[in-house]
Design a protein around this ligand. Structure first.
Ligand code: ASP
Length: 351
C-alpha cells in the first residue's frame, strides 16, 4: 500500500519493503539535502509546522526538507503563542489548519495529542514527538543512518548487535526505533539503562516475538561490549515530576568507555540533544572528531529522510528523479571542520 495521504503517527506503519523504498528515495535526495541539486516537486504546497514543545533538529529539518522540495512552511511554536492558550481544543486547531495547509507536522507533550489531532484531519499529519510516546521520523532517520553506516562498513543490517543506552523508559526516539529494528532479521538488541529507566515491556516483547535476541543490562561496560551500533540517549528530565538524579558516571559514553569496551568499528549514535552540562553524564564531547561518532551524519540524515517521507505522503515520489536540476549557489565542500577528514577517508559514504 502506498504512503500517499497517510498520517504518520507511529513507526509501526513501516515494514521492511516501505523502509527500503524510502531509503532508496532518500539516497536520490542526498544531493538536494547538500545543496548540490534542486527540485520543486512540492511547489505550491504548504506545510504547517506546529511545535508545542522545544525542538531544534526536528522542526528545522522538517521545515528545511519541505522547503528544499519547493514547498512553503507556516509555523507556530509553543502553546502560549497559539490559540491553545485561549482554551481552544486540539480538534478545533486541527480542523482550522486542514483548511490552510497540505500537511501538518506536530510535536506536543501529551501522548494522546497526535491521535486527537489526526482523527479530525484529512490532510496528512506527521508525529514529530508525542510526549514519551513515539518519534517516528527520528526512527526513520536513525534507521537510514544505520543503513548508510553499515553499508560504508560493508556490513548488512541483519545479524547485527545493537545497544541502546540511557533513559529507555521515557525516550520516544528509542521507542520508535525498536519498532523499526524489529522489521529486520536476527538482531541482538541490548537495552542498557539505569534501574527504573528500562525499555517498556511491550516493546521488548514485540522485538522478541519477531525472533530477535533481547538482553537487558544495567552495566554499560557489559552491555556495550561488541555492539555494532550504540544508540545513546539523554535523560528525559521533562518527563519527571521532580528533578531526576543525573545518570551515574558509569553511564557516560565517553572516549574512555568507548576505548575500553567498544568495537573499533562501532557506530555511535544519539538522537541529540546530548546534555553537555557538567555532571549530566550523557554522550561525551571528548568523542568529537572520532570517526565512530556518527551523530552529525545522523542529524544530516534527517533532511533526505524527511524529504523522502513528505514526497511519498504527498504522492510525488515518482516525480523526484526527473525533477532534479543542478544548484548554482556557492556552498562549502564540507559543512563542518571534522567532515573533510572523515569523508576523505571513507570514500563510499559521500556518494
Ligand atoms: N530530540 C529527541 C526527541 O525529541 C531526543 C531528545 O530530546 O532526547 O525526542
Amino acid at each position: 500500500m502506498s504512503l500517499t495521504g497517510q498520517h504518520i503517527l507511529s513507526s509501526d506503519l513501516f515494514d521492511r519493503g516501505r523502509l527500503e523504498e524510502l531509503f532508496g528515495l532518500a539516497d536520490v535526495l542526498v544531493p538536494v539535502a547538500r545543496g548540490e541539486q534542486v527540485t520543486r516537486v512540492l511547489e505550491g504546497a504548504v506545510m504547517a509546522s506546529l511545535f508545542f514543545e522545544p525542538s531544534t533538529r526536528t522542526r528545522l529539518s522538517c521545515e528545511s526538507a519541505f522547503l528544499r522540495l519547493g514547498g512553503a512552511v507556516t509555523s507556530t511554536t509553543g502553546s502560549e503563542v497559539s490559540s491553545l492558550s485561549k482554551g481552544e481544543s486540539l480538534a478545533d486547531t486541527s480542523q482550522v489548519i486542514a483548511g490552510y495547509c497540505d500537511l501538518a507536522v506536530m510535536r506536543h507533550p501529551e501522548v494522546s495529542s497526535i491521535h486527537e489531532f489526526a482523527a479530525v484531519s484529512n490532510i496528512p499529519v506527521v508525529n514529530a514527538g508525542n510526549g514519551a510516546g513515539e518519534h517516528p521520523t527520528q526512527a526513520l532517520l536513525d534507521m537510514y543512518t544505520l543503513y548508510r553506516e553499515f553499508g560504508r562498513l560493508g556490513k548488512s543490517m541483519d545479524g547485527r548487535r545493537i545497544a541502546l543506552i540511557g533513559d529507555l523508559r521515557h525516550g520516544r526516539a528509542p521507542h520508535s526505533l525498536m519498532k523499526l529494528l524489529a522489521r529486520y532479521d536476527d538482531l541482538t538488541i541490548v537495552c542498557v539503562s539505569p534501574e527504573g529507566l528500562g525499555m517498556p515491556e511491550e516493546l521488548l516483547e514485540l522485538v522478541a516475538a519477531r525472533g530477535h535476541r533481547v538482553e537487558e543490562s544495567h552495566r554499560p561496560s557489559v552491555g556495550l561490549a561488541d555492539a555494532d551500533a550504540i544508540y545513546a540517549t539523554r535523560l528525559q528530565t521533562e518527563r519527571f515530576a521532580d528533578k531526576p538524579l543525573p545518570y551515574s558516571d558509569e553511564f557516560r559514553v565517553d572516549r574512555a568507555l568507548v576505548e575500553r569496551v567498544c568495537r573499533p568499528d562501532a557506530v555511535i549514535m544519539h538522537p541529540l540533544p546530548r546534555d553537555s552540562r557538567p555532571g549530566a553524564n550523557d554522550l561525551g564531547t571528548d568523542l568529537n572528531g572520532d570517526p565512530r561518532l556518527a551523530v552529525f551524519r545522523q542529524s544530516d540524515a534527517g533532511i533526505p529522510t524527511r524529504m523522502a517521507l513528505f514526497a511519498s505522503v504527498l504522492g510525488v515520489a515518482d516525480e523526484v528523479r526527473k525533477s532534479l536540476r543542478p544548484a548554482t549557489w556557492h556552498r562549502p565542500a564540507y559543512r563542518r571542520p571534522d567532515d573533510a577528514a572523515f569523508y576523505r577517508n571513507t570514500a563510499n559514504i559521500a556518494d
